[in-house]
Design a protein around this ligand. Structure first.
Ligand code: SF4
Length: 280
């Protein structure tokens, strides 16, 4: 049995909340640099350079990459042989988030009741998903999700007969509708299969994969490449001002589904794609 202490979790979650809001993901930076090289439009090039400059300023002045510092989503993989000592894991994550947003002077963006809309002033509760796995490891993947891009995401229950062509059409239609509202260049997470809720969860998980990593299934890896190219041919471009850099990455996750259904979800993340892995 491995012991992980409540206070330890609070501390690391707090630190990572601050870190991911200030420092741009290195892989994202590489993709932005590449996009600057490859863009044909001068305006698009300049916008991409501004995004790179923005992350330099954030790093130097220790300020967030974006004013929308996001709602925290946590995917937890809890080893069966791990004991959390000193309190509950959900409480520890929420306390870490609250401290991080307080100490890091990050905007608190969570309202308690979605209809009465009073700010909780702590950026909590976080949305936490649990998976119980074998072993002695506790892994927490934290994401600070901005809602400009979240709001442009979508789920659709396709008929199985619509097949892969229906999936492609829905992905492109969703991105086209989002236009410049989701702060492109974007990262696109596509979830295919499962049920209505599972597809959305798969799309969210897809966003948290290493940005350079293609799906391990060659068929899906090819579909990722094909769809990314098609998205970039939509011409939306950085911040919606035209160009061929609408998306920097497109990642697909799938799950078995019912014979009568083909659920598809598209979750969009903006260029302020922020996530951190924590391992105990
Ligand atoms: S969508 Fe992203 S870049 Fe745009 S405001 Fe929200 S967090 Fe910031």
């Amino acid at each position: 049995m491995k012991r992980v202490f409540y206070d330890e979790i609070v501390k690391v979650v707090m630190e990572k909340c601050i870190e991911m809001n200030i420092y741009m993901d290195e892989k994202l930076k590489i993709l932005l640099d590449k996009a600057v090289e490859e863009e044909d439009s001068n305006l698009a090039k300049e916008i991409l350079k501004d995004l790179l400059l923005n992350q330099e300023v954030a790093k130097e002045e220790l300020i967030p990459l974006c004013q929308d510092t996001g709602m925290i989503i946590a995917f937890v993989e809890l080893g069966q042989s791990v004991i959390i000592e000193g309190g509950s894991l959900s409480d520890a994550i929420n306390e870490g988030v609250e401290k991080g947003y307080q100490d890091g002077h990050l905007r608190k963006s969570v309202v308690g009741c979605p209809l009465r809309r009073k700010n909780t002033n702590s950026n909590t509760p976080a949305i936490i998903y649990y998976d119980v796995v074998e072993g002695e490891t506790l892994k927490i993947i934290l994401a600070a999700k901005g809602f400009g891009s979240e709001n442009m995401s979508s789920v659709k229950m396709l008929k199985p007969s619509e097949g892969v062509e229906g999936v492609k059409e829905f992905v492109l239609e969703t991105i086209q509708k989002a236009g410049g509202n989701c702060c492109p260049p974007i990262i696109v997470g596509v979830g295919i299969g499962g049920s209505f809720d599972k597809a959305a969860l798969l799309a969210k998980k897809a966003l948290l994969r290493d940005l350079m990593e293609r799906n391990k299934d060659p068929y899906l890896a090819e579909l990722e490449g094909e769809l990314l190219e098609a998205v970039n041919q939509l011409g939306i471009g950085p911040q919606g001002f035209g160009g061929k850099t609408t998306a920097l990455a497109l990642q697909i996750e799938t799950y078995p589904t019912h014979i009568a259904g083909l659920p598809v979800a598209v979750n969009i993340n903006c260029h302020a794609s922020r996530h951190k892995d924590i391992l105990f």
